[in-house]
Design a protein around this ligand. Structure first.
Ligand code: PMP
Length: 284
């Protein structure tokens, strides 16, 4: 098992960053999680574009070219020999004596790991559906940036686990369901997919973009607007997506059934579209 640390491949167990890395001290860092399926990268361009957008928004001067980054990522995937895995990339502002303001001379620190991942487990979960619980969204106001400051997401997921649920849905003070702790959220009403619009309050998920594109191509109506928890409880179906869970039906919210409490036809149709797209890109 090898990891990439600032330009070098090192054994994963010895892979570390400096104690004064700003990622560690301030969560002054961006990250991406990309799926490797059948040895191939899924939606690489989407991840790269999101990372570059984050760099621009946070003034992180990351000088590595797109081609070099892809080459390093592919080399790491290849040397680890996994067919199905998650590639984790983290880019911090760099290492410097602790001071809130940007350091003058630090260079960004890029680290990458690849860990085996069983995507097939999602097929069974898709057939059964998953439960979510709701928690207050107590994150900061720029969660469209994929920073490593994930404590609110961590607590939401832990609450969900403790309740035997798959995910915690983050609900605003106004009662809007924004997204899950690590997934985007959707409801289905009369055959229409409803999901929170892109804004500073949700992460622009790569799986979200794929799902909405596939749905529209299949003439399924998509409406991007906030929806409330009450609407979700009254919906026909609910769903979630992410890189690690391409499409899962949500069958309970806080223990209450959505629709008839079983995966519905729109979820099944969307799941077929999503897995077809994955097969097209990766042969999985
Ligand atoms: N929302 C949040 C808060 C997330 O952390 C993630 C996963 N990174 C997602 C949504 C899903 O994003 P993606 O489809 O790019 O994995």
């Amino acid at each position: 098992q090898l990891a990439y640390v600032a330009g070098r491949l090192v054994p994963l167990r010895d892979a570390h960053v400096h104690v004064e890395d700003r990622g560690l001290q301030f969560a002054d860092a961006l990250y991406e999680v990309a799926a490797v399926m059948n040895g191939r990268m899924l939606d690489w361009d989407g991840h790269l574009t999101r990372l570059r957008r984050g760099c621009a928004a946070l003034f992180i001067e990351f000088s590595m070219s797109d081609a070099a980054l892809l080459a390093q990522a592919q080399r790491l995937v290849a040397v680890n020999g996994h067919r199905d895995a998650l590639l984790y990339m983290q880019l911090s502002r760099g290492t410097a004596r602790r001071d809130h303001g940007f350091p003058l001379h630090a260079r960004p620190t890029l680290v990458m790991t690849v860990r085996r991942f069983d995507f097939a487990q999602r097929i069974g979960q898709q057939a059964r559906g998953v439960g979510v619980i709701t928690v207050n969204d107590m994150r900061w106001q720029r969660v469209d940036l994929k920073t490593t400051g994930l404590l609110a997401n961590v607590l939401a997921k832990q609450d969900a686990r403790a309740a035997g649920a798959f995910e915690g849905w983050l609900v605003s003070a106004d009662g809007d369901v924004r997204e899950g702790g690590s997934t985007n959220a959707y409801i289905v009403r009369d055959g229409t997919i409803i999901t929170h619009p892109l804004s500073a309050h949700i992460l622009p998920g790569i799986a979200r973009a794929t799902l909405l594109r596939l749905a529209r191509d299949a003439q399924i109506t998509v409406v991007e607007r906030p929806f409330t928890l009450d609407e979700a409880l009254a919906a026909d179906e609910a769903l979630l997506t992410s890189t690690t869970a391409p499409l899962l039906p949500v069958v309970t919210i806080d223990g209450r059934p959505v629709g008839d409490g079983a995966p519905g036809p729109v979820a099944a149709r969307l799941a077929a579209l999503v897995w077809d797209e994955i097969a097209r890109q990766t042969g999985w």
